[in-house]
Design a protein around this ligand. Structure first.
Ligand code: GUN
Length: 296
């Protein structure tokens, strides 16, 4: 059996077309479009390529976009002042500070400085709190988990009563997606287990999963024999494992041994072209929502 491939690239196209149509409506109704400020500190190649793609996508759906590149040695106080400027700019509805930040800057302070109503990453404690209380009422869902949930739902994978195993417990992916899948909601209602580096028998837990979500950052961690036949496998890993000499582009590998896993799984996401494109689409969705709230 070969698994059905859940293409993030295809689902993203549909979502971006929906957003673009809503932006057109907003322009007619309010004479305004959603505004996104993207702040990049330094020149980390991974961050530069993520931010470039975010900016390009924002422009493609008709947003007002400000790409604000800052030097690696920016003072923390100056970065906080910059955030405050965008907090008070009525044309900016979403603020994104690309992480990680240089070591001399306190990431927590920076996240806490963003107005929760403009926190389109949903990293601010106020937005993390709303997610814990009820996802259906949260203004913003964190982008990668929201993208994962969208892929599960749009691929027709049943979630009610399903065994979901999440490999990884990060604040950005593991913890929020576990919480979202366990919620009392039509897109969730699953039984969720979180496993991590200190879990005694990772393989045994993974084998129980009807939906296996892997966000460990370890290339090829999940072996085909860890997968329950017919399971839906969502691979969040984007590991740079080398460089293509001809194209000069990074060679990306997921956390799942894709070629072998697709012979066992029922549905599976590829790397690249899986969860990655969804994250940026959900960032656009959050920015649109922020503007809709602000404009009434
Ligand atoms: N760095 C890696 N992923 C993300 C993300 O989703 N948002 C931000 N702000 N930084 C990141």
């Amino acid at each position: 059996m070969t698994a059905k491939i859940i293409s993030g690239t295809e689902i993203r196209k549909t979502i971006l077309a929906e957003i673009k149509a809503d932006v057109e409506k907003m322009k007619i109704k309010h004479g305004k479009v959603p505004g996104l400020a993207t702040i990049l500190v330094g020149k980390d190649p991974g961050s530069v390529s993520y931010v470039t793609l975010k900016v390009k996508t924002a422009l493609s759906v008709g947003f007002h976009e400000i790409q604000d590149d800052q030097p690696e040695d920016i003072r923390e106080a100056d970065l906080l002042a910059l955030i405050d400027k965008y907090n008070n700019d009525p044309d900016i509805h979403g603020i994104l500070v690309q992480l990680p930040l240089p070591k001399h800057i306190d990431e927590k302070k920076v996240i806490n400085a963003i107005n929760p109503d403009k926190d389109v990453d949903a990293f601010h404690p106020a937005n993390v709190g709303s997610l814990m209380i009820c996802c259906d009422e949260a203004r913003f869902l964190p982008c990668t988990p929201a993208g994962i949930q969208e892929m599960i739902v749009r691929s027709g994978t049943p979630t009610c009563g399903a065994e979901v195993v999440v490999v990884g417990r990060s604040n950005i992916v593991g913890k929020p997606i576990a919480m979202m899948m366990a919620q009392k909601s039509v897109c969730a209602n699953a039984t969720v287990t979180i496993v991590h580096t200190k879990t005694k028998d990772l393989a045994a837990h993974c084998k129980h999963a009807d939906i296996l979500i892997v966000a460990a950052g370890v290339p090829g961690l999940v072996k085909p024999e860890w997968i329950k036949p017919g399971a839906t496998v969502i691979d969040v890993g984007v590991n740079r494992v080398g460089m293509n000499e001809t194209t000069g582009k990074a060679i990306l590998k997921g956390d799942v041994d894709f070629d072998a896993a697709k012979e066992i799984a029922g549905k599976i996401t590829p790397v690249p072209g899986g969860v990655g494109p969804m994250t940026i689409a959900m960032l656009m969705k959050n920015t649109l929502r922020a503007a809709q709230y602000a404009l009434g």
